[in-house]
Design a protein. Structure first.
Length: 204
């Protein structure tokens, strides 16, 4: 009888206490992130970031891999001429060729490469970087138009009719953005602690 007339039990607080002590109480199938998962996400972030940064520096200074020194941006070359100028397949080929060598497009492309690369490597502003990176890779995929074939039936852009490195990079970026807090590192944690970032999670 004393139990019935005693102080009512706050079921909400009990649930919160149990969930705090044991996070799997409310989510029985969830598991704490493993060290290998964090390592993998951080490695994926750094790898894609370096890929973007390398493309920026190679096109800017002509490091001799994809861009010879004579066609470097600092020597008057256009970072988009070689790629967009060669868009000769797919439904958007005319649009991409018209954009080739346009100064505004060159600047937007190079700033995109630099911004996405720096953000990913440092682990800050990952979600804006992911949105920008996914957009750029999707446009590159459309310019290459992987599904295209020549008149003889040979593939023109890839040895896979749909998936190439651009598609893989897109999904890699989505994973990095979705798990932004997992492998962002020290600078990423400092960035996330800023008031403007807390108030605007999209900047995370």
């Amino acid at each position: 009888m004393s139990v019935l007339v005693g102080k009512p039990v706050n079921r909400t607080s009990v649930t919160e206490d149990v969930a705090t002590a044991n996070p799997t109480f409310l989510f029985p199938h969830s598991e704490p992130k493993s060290r290998w998962a964090v390592f993998g996400i951080a490695g994926l972030r750094l790898a894609i970031g370096f890929e973007f940064l390398w493309a920026f520096f190679d096109k800017t200074f002509g490091l001799g891999y994809a861009t010879p020194a004579a066609r470097a941006w600092i020597n008057g070359g256009s970072p988009t001429t070689g790629f967009l100028g060669g868009a000769n397949v797919g439904p958007f080929q005319g649009i991409f060729r018209a954009m080739s060598g346009v100064a505004v497009v060159d600047w937007l492309f190079m700033l995109g490469l630099l911004g996405v690369g720096v953000a990913l490597v440092l682990g800050v502003a990952l979600r804006p970087a992911v949105i920008s990176g996914v957009t750029m890779l999707l446009l590159m995929w459309a310019a290459v138009w992987v599904p295209a074939t020549t008149a003889a039936g040979q593939p023109t852009g890839s040895n896979n009719p749909i998936v190439d490195e651009h598609i893989v990079g897109i999904f890699g970026l989505i994973v990095v953005g979705a798990l932004a807090s997992w492998g962002s590192g020290y600078l990423g944690r400092k960035w996330a602690a800023l008031r403007i970032v807390k108030n605007n999670p999209v900047l995370r």
